[in-house]
Write a protein that binds this ligand. Sequence first.
Ligand code: CO
Length: 285
Amino acid sequence: MIEKHIKAGKVLKTVREEVVKLVKPDVSYLEIAEFVESKIRELGAEPAFPCNISINEDAAHSTPSKNDKRVFREGDLVKIDIGAHIDGYIADTAFSIDLGEHDDLVECAERALKNAIEIIEPGVNTAEIGREIHKIAKEFGFNPVYNLTGHGFLPYIAHAPPTIYNYSVDRGVEIKEGMVFAIEPFITSGAGKVAERKEIQIYSVISNKPVRMKMAREILSEVEKYRTLPFAKRWLKNPREIILLKLVRDGILRAYPVLTEIKREPVSQAEHTIVVREGGAKIIT
Ligand code: CO
């Protein structure tokens, strides 16, 4: 199992290094998302979720639509969050690219991630990770995003326990050798809280209840291959909004609305997946 996480991580490491060089003003979101997803496949893994491209105050769950015309612009703070899996064993990583003047925010997220990883070893409590991230955010004069977290993995499930908070909590769980989890500090000059926007581009299947409507059945058979992992509306042959929303209402799909900072202040992000070893954490992404 751990070997498969590591293999997925290695794929992401390569993709990450290549995509960093491609994000520039006038390049389209769609071009980057498609590059990431096809590169993951080319390197022998599968995307664990759609390539997330979130700009400025948007923090997560944003991915381009099929005919998306948006391009990066001078001044943007870009977050790219990518996941890959081998037989359901996931690795997850994210980074910020500053096309403007957000150096402090980007540096803060990177420093918080680095310091958090450094304190990890068997026997440490996950609460210590949150405390470290919170401390760094405050040192920079920023807030962590309190309602976004790092996470563990289960086969074909991208967010499983343990929850890794980005702030000081009373109590977490004891870190043990062999654990695999993602740490992902989000840092903002805003209030440190995200809320849902109306826009939805990402869904996942949460129930296998039978459905009667033919168009709904067609969508469900098309996404069966993603199992319980999130998929993009853009990945569907015929993405019919109305059918997707009906499936959400019926409790068959879960929607992931775009999450945006409530003060509309920019958000940075840094994320790695780690494996806990005897002497400390090994970064696999
Ligand atoms: Co993650």
